[in-house]
Design a protein around this ligand. Structure first.
Ligand SMILES: NC(=O)c1ccc[n+]([C@@H]2O[C@H](COP(=O)([O-])OP(=O)(O)OC[C@H]3O[C@@H](n4cnc5c(N)ncnc54)[C@H](O)[C@@H]3O)[C@@H](O)[C@H]2O)c1
Length: 326
């Protein structure tokens, strides 16, 4: 079977590819477990050097997700699994509305149409976001049935994406699922344009011995998930029996809600004895209002009831990052 991961060179995409290759098989449209023959990592920015530890079954393909012909060329056979992660992320979408529409909506439609024409209802996971929630009316705790009133273009495109996945599934074109993700930490390397990138940076930069200025206040509460858990959650969602999913194919993935102060306390606990960079607060007028519009607590009881994994706590997430990257 072939696996296509759009956004495959990104933070989650590359980890997802490695994990799928480790597992070695997934349920295909046949309904049976099938060995993975190849994994296409599709992205408009592919690494100049192939990661040394990447299995030979993985292949990078460079291209734009809004290029319909390219998408139809890579999603090209019935025994396929598709994970759609390519996206303009929150800060980037606020800065460039037209690009966000092109990548997040046109691109998504091309992916869906490419699968539709194949026939046998491929299983599909779309990476959505809790940025689908927002606005003055949003309760402090949101749940799967909470109405979406996104206050960013990014959140709007993710909400529309979930509706598309539900309807393409209802029509019998695909067997789709949408994973509504909280902020995934700890992102290594450089920050991306997501307004939430401070959540990783406040852990990563001090660990690198670099001083860090927080763009939001200490009491800001964020629902977060560790990258190992999110990858396992996306795969578990893909593997769920379609009959268990009903008519709403989107769900909040398990997460934990933490304040920035709790993140820093956990960091100091886990990295005790290490020289950490200094952390201070300087409210960013672009980032802070976007973050203020997001929910602080995200109920994921449906996903938890279906057996999707949940992090044990912040200390475990930070320890995993230190083991993987330091
Ligand atoms: N990381 C998080 O905290 C988080 C939270 C909620 C949702 N998500 C969603 O999960 C997915 C993956 O997130 P990530 O953290 O790995 O982000 P990322 O930015 O690391 O990866 C996204 C990838 O999409 C690629 N991309 C962008 N435009 C493209 C285009 N025109 N054509 C092809 N590829 C393109 C980028 O080059 C990038 O490699 C995204 O859809 C994101 O919206 C992430």
């Amino acid at each position: 079977m072939k696996v296509v991961i759009t956004g495959g060179a990104g933070f989650i995409g590359l980890r997802l590819a490695r994990r799928i290759l480790d597992i070695g098989k997934l349920h295909g449209p046949s309904g049976k477990l099938e060995p993975i023959g190849s994994v296409v990592l599709f992205d408009n920015v592919v690494p100049s050097e192939r990661p040394a530890d990447l299995d030979a079954r993985a292949q990078f393909v460079a291209g734009e997700v809004f290029d319909r012909d390219t998408i139809f060329r890579i999603i090209d056979r019935p025994d396929i699994a598709v994970f759609h992660l390519a996206s303009i992320v929150s800060g980037g979408a606020e800065q460039d509305f037209d690009l966000a529409m092109k990548v997040n909506l046109d691109g998504h439609l091309h992916v869906l149409e490419a699968m539709r024409r194949l026939g046998p209802k491929p299983r599909y996971v779309f990476s959505s976001s809790i940025a689908t929630y927002g606005g003055a009316q949003v309760p402090k705790q949101v749940a799967d049935p909470t109405r979406h009133t996104p206050q960013t273009t990014y959140g709007m495109t993710k909400s529309v994406g979930e509706l598309l996945v539900n309807d393409y599934t209802r029509k019998g074109f695909i067997d789709g699922r949408s994973a509504r993700l909280s902020t995934v930490i700890v992102r290594p390397g450089k920050p991306n344009k997501a307004a939430s990138s401070f959540v990783s940076a406040v852990i990563r930069e001090p660990l690198n011995g670099v001083d860090y200025e927080l763009p939001v206040g200490w009491d800001t509460t964020m629902p977060v998930v560790g990258y190992r858990t999110v990858v396992d959650g996306i795969i578990a969602l893909y593997e769920l029996d379609s009959a268990k999913l009903g008519d709403d194919r989107a769900m909040n993935l398990p997460n934990i809600s933490v304040t920035v102060a709790e993140m820093v306390a956990s960091l100091k606990r886990v990295a005790a004895g290490r020289a950490l960079g200094h952390i201070s607060v300087k409210i960013d007028p672009f980032v802070a209002p976007i973050v203020a519009g997001w929910p602080a607590h995200v109920d994921a009881s449906r996903a938890e009831g279906l057996g999707l994994p949940k992090d044990a706590g912040l200390d475990t997430i930070i320890s995993a990052y230190m083991a993987d990257y330091l």
